[in-house]
Design a protein around this ligand. Structure first.
Ligand SMILES: *Cc1c(COP(=O)(O)O)cnc(C)c1O
Length: 583
């Protein structure tokens, strides 16, 4: 990899390389991990007898089994030859690429010890590494690491569910208190205000008004019958209680729909917010959604912003959303703000460093404002170069992390060290946490090293976009691209959108049939992307005769796009191929 003299950081020492260039020393490290594992076993209980004697190991029955296992393992390896080659810079399809060496080493070494981070009883070291790794991610997004709490999940989907789960408990506390005060003391009940009173007010009011847990439990939707409690709320307010809503921007990931379904909210409670002409959440529309919820007496269970959308890598104006929510806080309305940074969280490593200029100033402000949210989802198995399955859920403070109903008698609260009571998942491998931990210890989650890799991906996207648009007059990039994902359609000036959609999708099919490059496609619908589709089509004087926009999608995550050699060899080849396909 060619690096400029002012960039002494050798990113290429952190990856095996598309030709296994670092193979010899990587083999040595894997060997060291195995040696350590073998020695560890021998060194513990050293006086115990061998369980498998040499005579056994040479017996025909034993040798036969070894042969069977060896053959089937060779079969497995053979099958894996046909696996999708995601390590090469030619793979620019989805949000996955080459794995980093610290992540691989950390994952593999820990895998052999098989910690289950659900409890310290089965993960003495694993659980400690998890806390440290969560603190590193918390620091990366600007939370105070000492106050932040979180855990690793199987991915972003689960991490998003964790946020909704906690938001639901918090809402239930406020709403129950409101209902008790209405039924017992004749207070006026506003379900929207009660659900959003926040932890501090909840604790203060329940103390001042002498509301005990027994009473709260009798008004809880989580512990009681939610339909019955809703009926009682309706009786106090004089209008039917319709339940909470989830407010998500139209660029959200499908996991939010799953969350609405899973938490029993119904499609009607899933409030999509339209996007602006740039594919980011429209702030006026968002404020309108919150007002609608307020007017109809429906609490906002959780309001989500996205940094790094799955479709195009766009970053919502988290800072301006946080400003809006801060204004509501002055009225005592605390709405849970969750940032889905599953993809884009790692762009925070650019902030405050020499390369942060690769991001526009609005996007930097947005990323900085993640620190103002209640909770965040980060997927190390995407831009963290960590193996699957590894997502993370982090709360800004311990209060937000609390996930329990009113104290049930059988729950021993003194036991807070073990995570299993407050994670949706039960058993959890410690390998992902360790992979993230070793990445943090080596590459770090700051601008010096990790940020350089992020910058290289964004630069590669920019270079590619310019070269492509110069070489192929049909290429219509989705602009502005916020990060390292390049989306474009293929259209002639003045053409109908239906025609360019058909061409774009046909070219995608040709790429699918060609093994040389892996790309992906995305189709944006007018329900969320109306303004953006208009702007995109107007950019080449096209005619909008369809309510969807088909785009080819290239994700520049592979660290070797930062290498001049790789880029100089592969970019012209891609451009030629696209030229052939669009002829
Ligand atoms: C990928 C992604 C998710 C889901 O993450 P998984 O790890 O696939 O479960 C959620 N939100 C966004 C923005 C994503 O990009």
């Amino acid at each position: 990899m060619t690096h400029h003299d002012d960039k002494p950081f050798a990113a290429d020492a952190y990856f095996l390389g598309p030709k296994s260039e670092n193979g010899p020393w990587v083999r040595g490290e894997f060997q060291a991990i195995l040696d350590h594992w073998f020695d560890w076993r021998r060194s513990l209980f050293a006086d115990d007898p061998e369980a498998i004697s040499e005579a056994r190991r040479l017996s025909p029955a034993f040798l036969h089994e070894r042969e069977v296992l060896g053959q089937e393992l060779r079969n497995l390896l053979d099958m894996l030859r046909s696996e999708v080659p995601k390590f090469t810079p030619r793979y620019i399809g989805h949000m996955v690429s080459e794995l980093s060496l610290p992540a691989l080493f950390g994952h593999f070494a820990t895998l052999l010890h098989n910690p289950n981070n659900t409890s310290r009883e089965v993960a003495k070291v694993g659980a400690r590494m998890e806390s440290e790794a969560i603190a590193m991610l918390a620091k990366m997004v600007g939370y105070e690491p000492k106050l932040a709490q979180g855990h690793f999940t199987s991915g972003g989907t689960m991490a998003n569910f964790e946020a909704v789960w906690r938001a639901r408990y918090r809402m239930d506390h406020g709403l129950s208190l409101g209902l008790v005060l209405a039924e017992r003391d004749g207070d006026k009940l506003d379900p929207f205000a009660a659900a959003h009173m926040g932890w501090r007010a909840f604790e203060q009011i329940s103390q001042e008004r002498d509301v005990d847990e027994e009473a709260l439990r009798g008004a809880s939707m989580v512990l009681g019958n939610p339909f019955e409690v809703a009926r009682r709320i309706g009786k106090c307010t004089g209008r039917d209680y319709l339940g909470p809503v989830l407010i998500t921007p139209g660029n959200k990931h499908f996991s939010w729909q799953k969350a609405a379904n899973l938490f029993g909210l119904g499609e009607d409670s899933f409030w999509n917010t339209p996007l602006d002409a740039y594919g980011r959440v429209d702030l006026d529309a968002l404020a309108g959604r919150v007002n609608d919820a307020r007017d109809t007496g429906r609490p906002v269970l959780c309001l989500t912003s996205v940094t790094g959308t799955t479709e195009a890598g766009e970053i919502d104006p988290v800072d301006r959303v946080a400003d809006m929510l801060d204004q509501l806080k002055e009225e005592g309305i605390h709405i849970w703000h969750h940032v889905d940074a599953a993809y884009g969280g790692f762009f925070c490593t650019l902030l405050g460093g020499p390369d942060e200029g690769v991001l526009a100033i609005e996007q930097r402000s947005a990323l900085r404002a993640i620190s103002r949210s209640q909770s965040v989802t980060i997927d190390p198995h995407k831009l963290g170069y960590v193996p699957y399955s590894c997502g993370a859920f982090v709360c800004r403070d311990e209060h937000a992390y609390r996930a329990s109903s009113f104290q049930a008698p059988y729950i021993d609260r003194a036991d807070t060290k073990d995570k299993w009571r407050c994670t949706l998942e039960g058993s959890r491998s410690g390998a992902g946490a360790a992979a993230t931990w070793l990445t943090g210890k080596t590459l770090g989650f700051g601008p010096k090293k990790f940020g350089k890799i992020m910058a290289a991906g964004i630069e590669a996207r920019k270079t590619f976009q310019e070269a492509l648009a110069r070489a192929n007059l049909l290429v219509r990039p989705l602009e502005p691209a916020d990060t390292n994902i390049l989306c474009f359609s293929l259209a002639k000036p003045g053409e109908a959108l239906s025609q360019s959609n058909a061409r774009t999708l046909a070219v995608y099919t040709k790429f699918q049939q060609n093994p040389d490059f892996s790309i992906s496609k995305t189709v944006l619908g007018a329900a969320s992307y109306d303004a953006l589709i208009d702007r995109h089509v107007a950019g080449y004087g096209g005619v909008r005769d369809e309510d969807r926009l088909a785009l080819l999608r290239l994700v520049f995550m592979n660290p070797f796009w930062g290498s001049d050699e790789a880029r100089n060899a592969l970019m012209p080849e891609f451009i030629a191929l696209l030229g052939e396909f669009t002829k």
